[in-house]
Design a protein around this ligand. Structure first.
Ligand SMILES: Cc1ncc(COP(=O)(O)O)c(C=O)c1O
Length: 382
């Protein structure tokens, strides 16, 4: 199988990730923070080490400001619903994933206003449009770092400057960039950073992260056991306990930590350059095939390793099915949980076939995909 669906979940993972998950389950699979015995303490240390590694990775001062979640959706829901209250206004973009847009739309019911900035047909966002949309009651700007459909990279640093100047919180959805693009919460003025652990950070599924900057009041929506202040019937307000009720995913967090350590060891620049070169090669070869329409910036320096295409008017699900069943190539068709982004690029009905590369893909994988697409196009003529 040639796996080109890394934007959904990266696969395979580095060996050290599998080893860390197995080692945690086999050798210290106790419940962290609940008991005082040796195995529970070891499990607790595993989780704390994860927080420290993540903090260093994103230049976060205090590891206790990092909340472990089960995926990016969970982190985004906590941030959006925990920050916004009746009478507030939030600005977002037309290239967002439903895990940003659905929580924002659902808050309309309680009187939270929103403005959705229209990006251009390549998914490019103008920071000035964000500035123009700011109102007296704007409390949050929620924006993706890169589109999961076109890969378009958003101007986070420029938006960060605007947000700081206007004293508005900036929430960045880094599901498509963390682990491949350098993210520094201080330099980029990011107040809340939400991401998945199972994509570019190379961790297992069931892991996600939310960073909350010090002194930002985010309402928790889950209450329960934290292993701390157990004498009280109310949720403790100290971080991370406030948001982490229930038994955590210790093996998953151990795997995520190993994934990030692997990235640190390889070097994030090397990883990005590799993915960029695969993307560039793929786009150049795609341009030579007449029947193929390519969406997005079509420039590997302006997009993540995500390329959406269509073959003339052919159904995207049908094309992905052929790629899988005949050529053993995994891609993702359809709307990719981002219908508004598809409306923005003009593919709402047809969807697109999305190819997404990871660190373990090779030039041969790209060549195989190109050959398969050429064959499909030739057969359409017959
Ligand atoms: C940009 C973006 N945001 C959020 C998500 C949701 O991530 P998760 O599946 O980890 O909840 C995805 C998933 O593909 C994504 O691409």
């Amino acid at each position: 199988m040639t796996y080109l669906d890394n934007a959904a979940t990266t696969y395979p993972k580095p060996e050290v990730v599998y080893e860390a998950v197995l080692n945690t389950m086999k050798n210290h699979g106790a419940n962290p923070g609940r008991s005082g015995h040796k195995l529970a303490l070891e499990a607790g240390r595993t989780i704390f080490k994860g927080r420290e590694v993540i903090a260093k990775f994103f230049n976060i001062e205090d590891p206790m400001q990092i909340i472990f979640t089960s995926n990016a959706t969970d982190a985004l829901n906590l941030a959006i619903k925990g920050i916004l209250k009746k009478g507030d206004h939030v600005i977002t973009t037309s290239m967002e994933h439903n895990s940003v847009l659905r929580p924002i739309k659902s808050l309309e019911k309680i009187g939270v206003e929103n403005t959705i900035i229209q990006c251009n047909h390549q998914g490019i966002l103008s920071p000035e449009d964000i500035r123009k949309a700011i109102k007296e009651n704007t409390k949050l700007i929620a924006v993706t770092h890169a589109s999961n459909i076109t890969g378009t990279i958003m101007p986070i640093e420029e938006i960060g400057i605007i947000a700081r100047e206007k004293k508005i919180f900036l929430l960045v959805d880094a599901a498509q960039t963390a682990g491949v693009y350098d993210i520094d919460v201080k330099r980029m003025n990011i107040d809340l950073l939400a991401t998945a652990g199972h994509k570019g950070l190379l961790g297992p599924q069931g892991t996600g992260i939310l960073y909350i900057k010090e002194d930002i009041e985010v309402m928790h929506y889950k209450e329960g056991g934290t292993g701390s202040k157990s004498q009280e019937l109310t949720q403790p307000l100290m971080l991370p306990d406030r948001y982490e009720s229930g038994t955590p995913n210790t093996p998953g967090i151990a795997g995520l930590t190993a994934g990030i350590e692997f990235i640190l060891q390889e070097g994030i620049d090397k990883i990005r350059r590799h993915e960029e070169s695969l993307t560039e090669y793929f786009i150049e070869e795609l341009k030579k095939i007449d029947k193929i329409k390519i969406y997005g910036p079509q420039d590997a320096t302006k997009q993540g390793a995500v390329v959406s295409i269509n073959i003339e008017e052919e159904d995207s699900s049908e094309m992905a099915y052929i790629l899988d069943s005949v050529f053993d190539i995994a891609t993702r068709p359809g709307l990719h949980c981002a219908p508004m982004a598809h409306k923005t690029i003009g593919t709402f009905e047809q969807g697109t076939v999305r190819f997404s590369f990871g660190y373990f893909n090779t030039k041969e994988d790209v060549e195989k995909a190109i050959e398969a697409l050429k064959t499909i196009c030739e057969e359409l003529d017959q």
